[in-house]
Design a protein around this ligand. Structure first.
Ligand code: HEC
Ligand code: HEC
Ligand code: HEC
Ligand code: HEC
Length: 485
């Protein structure tokens, strides 16, 4: 990705009664900040090297012809990918939302970082909602942002592969070794590979340097990003098939991998954690500097929202126990790392990433740690997690192991002091594992487990004005655990 267009987001933070003491604490820590350590180049360098030649973006309409991907046929049919995308995929509407009242309000509150531009013209928003190069020379004649998150956002800029990929010679090449290298060299992303598929999503759904939903955007009204690959992948309207059919016997994801749902969950955990740690490293390392992507440090989005935002209501007992901590205690945001140790322990013999991730969270939560030490801890975690990404895909998990994982997830230590984020991640993981182990047709035990999972998922869903009840969650989880016997 070209980073020239990155616009620094300047802090527009004023202090209110909400969490002022924490903010004071943090600004003392910010003052003690140290210069940018060399360790960060470890994290930023590979990202830059990943794009050797700047490929051209041709735009969605180049894929949409009836004879190419625009056939009129039921969603998911071969050659109807564009048809499925344009009629069902939320990504096709991602540009449109930049005109809605919420976006207009965000643009007015973020006037400075957006340089006075409306949302649909500012790279701050476009880079995730309608990506593509900002230099006209790298855009084909038909490139049009109004298609939102188009084909090339996930499949790679097509300038160099659009013509070749229609030939029989291309089709004859698969996605192994030199063939994969050849195709990715032309800019195509190997989306058949689960890890690379997840890596394509996290660029926008977790963020990366230059594409960042930080606390400024959140306070201006942007939804907080809580990506979880297995559930997002399940919700995405598919323009591809997950199983082979008689008329097209090529093996698909679920034919190749019997542990598909579990694999998607585990790989998604590792890739998302890597992306989140990378973002923490870069936010901390470039804070206040003029390296092109400027960040404020500490970045409030890296902390548990509830550390500062407690409901200012009468002593709502539920709300106070809600987070298992007394209000005012700073906690790192662990959405992306809370359950990743479980994914690692089941998919890899190399367990060394987990303590590194825990160390990073501990560093973040300590009021007196410097940005330099956070950068160092984050870089170590990134390097280790990166080394697990591709490797994890080759490990297959058998059914007994999956059942053990189900039980482990359902019996976390201190369930009654759990945060909502952790609880939600546990439920999403349980759903993915249960989808893997359920029998076909489902047994009465499956039906019962799935019923209990639905109850749990209601408890973790955010309902305005209704605080999360960790004790109720813990007892529901216990009931689920009992039904696993
Ligand atoms: C890092 C990528 C990223 C950036 C930067 C970003 N967004 Fe988003 N935005 C998303 C994602 C991903 C979602 C979907 C969130 C979800 O549903 O979980 C979203 C959702 C939204 C929504 C809610 C959409 C709906 O259907 O209700 C609005 C509105 C929005 N963004 C506007 C903006 C504006 C305006 C900007 C620029 C100030 C912006 N976004 C910058 C990634 C981004
Ligand atoms: C949000 C990401 C995303 C977007 C946007 C997207 N795709 Fe895909 N596409 C995928 C994933 C993931 C797969 C499944 C993995 C694979 O088969 O490579 C896929 C599969 C495909 C396949 C292979 C289908 C098969 O049967 O093997 C084609 C062809 C395709 N996409 C074309 C398109 C076209 C054309 C567009 C734009 C109109 C598009 N995609 C937009 C993510 C995306
Ligand atoms: C270029 C940025 C980008 C990429 C890459 C991307 N998305 Fe999105 N995605 C968005 C934005 C922006 C939205 C919000 C669209 C809206 O609300 O109109 C969104 C919305 C979604 C939604 C609907 C919101 C929800 O929570 O149900 C799902 C599901 C989703 N994306 C899954 C994926 C998956 C899976 C991948 C990878 C295969 C992916 N996305 C890749 C930017 C992206
Ligand atoms: C370190 C303390 C701190 C953390 C952590 C924090 N915030 Fe904030 N937040 C503030 C302060 C101070 C304000 C008021 C200033 C502002 O608008 O930026 C605020 C403002 C907001 C606002 C705007 C409120 C309004 O009435 O306009 C929203 C929404 C918000 N935060 C959401 C979040 C979310 C979601 C998270 C977690 C991802 C989070 N905050 C984490 C301190 C924090």
């Amino acid at each position: 990705m070209n980073r020239d267009h990155v616009r620094p987001l300047i802090a527009v933070l004023g202090l209110t009664a909400v969490g002022w003491s924490i903010a004071m604490l943090i600004s003392t820590r910010a003052a003690a900040q140290q210069p940018r350590p060399a360790a960060v180049s470890q994290v930023t360098a590979p990202a830059t090297q990943a794009v050797p030649t700047p490929h051209t973006w041709v735009g969605v309409s180049s894929c949409a012809a009836t004879s190419c991907h625009g056939r009129t046929a039921p969603a998911g049919s071969v050659a109807a990918e564009y048809t499925t995308f344009i009629t069902r995929d939320p990504h096709a509407r991602a540009y449109e939302v930049l005109f809605n009242p919420a976006s207009v309000r965000m643009a007015s509150l973020l006037r400075e970082p957006m340089r006075g531009k409306p949302a649909h013209e500012s790279p701050v928003c476009l880079d995730c909602h309608a990506p593509g190069p900002h230099e006209p020379a790298r855009r084909g004649r038909d490139f049009d942002r109004s298609f939102g998150v188009g084909c090339e956002a996930c499949h790679g800029p097509a300038g160099d592969w659009l013509n070749p990929h229609t030939t029989a010679a291309w089709q004859a090449r698969g996605w192994q070794g030199a063939d994969e290298e050849f195709k990715t060299g032309l800019g195509m992303i190997a989306t058949k590979d689960v890890a690379l598929r997840a890596a394509a999503c996290v660029k926008c759904h977790v963020g990366e340097p230059g594409r960042d939903v930080n606390h400024d955007l959140i306070a201006a009204g942007h939804p907080r990003l809580t990506f979880e690959f297995s559930s997002h992948h399940a919700r995405l309207p598919k323009h591809w098939r997950e199983r082979r059919i008689a008329s097209d016997p090529r093996p698909r994801d679920r034919d190749i991998h019997p542990d598909w749902d579990l694999r998607v969950w585990a790989v998604g955990q590792i890739v998302s954690a890597r992306a989140a740690c990378e973002l923490i490293a870069v936010r901390a390392a470039t804070a206040g500097s003029d390296t092109g992507h400027q960040h404020v440090w500490p970045e409030f989005a890296d902390f548990d929202c509830a550390a500062c935002h407690q409901p200012v209501r009468p002593p709502a007992l539920g709300a106070r126990v809600e987070f298992g901590k007394t209000s005012g205690e700073l906690l790192a945001n662990d959405w992306y790392v809370g359950v990743v140790p479980l994914a690692i322990s089941h998919f890899s013999r190399d367990q060394s990433a987990s303590p590194l991730v825990r160390d990073l969270m501990a560093q973040l939560s300590q009021p007196d740690s410097s940005s330099a030490s956070v950068v160092e801890a984050a870089c170590k975690a990134v390097v280790k997690l990166k080394s697990l990404e591709r490797r994890s895909v080759t490990t297959a998990l058998d059914m007994p192991a999956a059942k053990r994982l189900l039980r482990e997830l359902a019996s976390p230590p201190d369930a009654s002091a759990i945060t909502r984020d952790r609880a939600a991640q546990i439920v999403l993981a349980l759903q993915a594992v249960q989808r893997t182990v359920r029998e076909q047709p489902p047994t009465p035990a499956d039906v019962l487990i799935e019923q209990r999972l639905r109850e749990l998922s209601v408890t973790t869903t955010i309902t305005p004005g209704v605080p999360f009840q960790p004790i109720a969650f813990a007892s529901q989880l216990k009931r689920l655990c009992e039904s696993l016997d």
